[in-house]
Write a protein that binds this ligand. Structure first.
Ligand SMILES: O=C[C@H](O)COP(=O)(O)O
Length: 329
């Protein structure tokens, strides 16, 4: 077995960024946004081949990835029992013997992410663990239910104990270039969330262009989003590397302009450990180490944890498969 080196931040102190206060809508900044699609795609295409995460650090990075997962179930057939099982997994995402072999005592996932109706079961199952419950809200996934009901849904989830709210934006505001409407909507959602942290789901697969993704990212941050998130997991195209580059660069620009760090959450279709490593490498390169913590980075994923567990088990037992070596390259 390879020695797992201690990666700073794998066992995490509770550092939480101050909430993003937002800023007035700066329309000149929004209109000036460019996105060079071919350059972005070229950059994204070279990333998986890089050795940004060295092989002998991979197990530690995979543990880090686990701490950043919003462990998710968002199905029509969700039950309280399923959510309770998921919460048990969030509390103990890796078998204790594997964890011990990797030199770690305890880790948890970043959060649990569920529909509103499942919030009470999740809150109860996670009581005393410090693991937050995130609720998808505002008529997830399409965001087309009546506006007052979308606002009320946020309030009810907060009241039920959700400390993170994943809202969906109205895609039509982006597609129609109605940035003021997007800003106002996001501000209302933010206000309705009270003290809860707010993740703005852009549904990037439905926004048409990378420039729209960049503009929507900026507008949501200006309106006070604490995180920007790619997708609901229900669009035809969900998290991708080009979209992630655009969103991370918007986060960087917002930080440079305002001093506030907004978090990033790629979500939907991320199910392989090697993909998690690629995303972590991208975050490290584009935003820096500070973003590699669960208060600023999450994976929205329902099946990623299973693959990471398998890879860690292989790592510990020495059955480190040739295909994995190749894939993680
Ligand atoms: O927000 C999280 C996504 O809905 C999860 O998508 P996934 O089931 O493809 O991992």
């Amino acid at each position: 077995m390879e020695q797992v080196r201690n990666v700073e931040g794998t066992q995490l102190p509770q550092t939480v960024e101050p909430r993003n206060p937002g800023m007035p809508l700066d329309m000149d900044w929004v209109r000036a946004v460019q996105a060079n699609t071919s350059a972005i795609e070229r950059r994204a295409a070279t990333l998986p081949g890089r050795r940004s995460v060295k092989k002998d650090h991979q197990a530690a990075w995979l543990l880090r990835a686990i701490t950043c997962i919003d462990l998710t179930t968002l199905s029509g057939d969700d039950t309280e029992d399923r959510v309770r099982r998921l919460c048990a997994k969030a509390r103990q995402p890796v078998r204790p013997d594997i964890l011990q072999a990797l030199g770690m005592e305890r880790i948890t996932t970043g959060a649990i992410c569920v529909y509103h109706e499942m919030v009470p079961a999740a809150v109860e199952a996670l009581r005393g663990t410090g693991i937050p419950v995130a609720a998808v809200s505002t008529g997830f996934p399409a965001g087309l239910s009546p506006y007052r009901l979308r606002l009320a849904e946020i309030g009810e989830s907060v009241e039920a104990g959700a400390s993170e709210i994943d809202i969906v934006i109205s895609r039509r505001h982006v597609l129609g270039g109605n940035w003021q409407a997007l800003y106002d909507e996001m501000k209302d959602f933010r206000a309705a969330s009270g003290e809860a942290h707010v993740k703005a789901i852009l549904a990037t697969g439905e926004l048409g262009t990378l420039r729209n993704v960049a503009r929507a990212s900026l507008v949501c941050m200006m309106a006070g989003a604490d995180f920007i998130k790619t997708s609901t997991g229900k669009e035809g195209v969900n998290a991708t590397l080009p979209v992630s580059l655009v969103m991370m660069r918007a986060i960087r620009a917002y930080h440079e302009r305002t001093g506030y760090r907004v978090g990033y959450k790629p979500a939907g279709g991320i199910s392989k450990a090697k993909d998690a490593l690629t995303y972590l490498a991208l975050v490290k390169e584009e935003l820096g180490d500070r973003w590699l913590r669960p208060d600023l980075f999450r994976f929205g994923a329902s099946s990623l944890l299973g693959d990471i567990e398998r890879q860690l088990e292989h790592h510990v037992t020495g059955a480190y498969s040739a295909s994995w070596r190749h894939a993680a390259g």
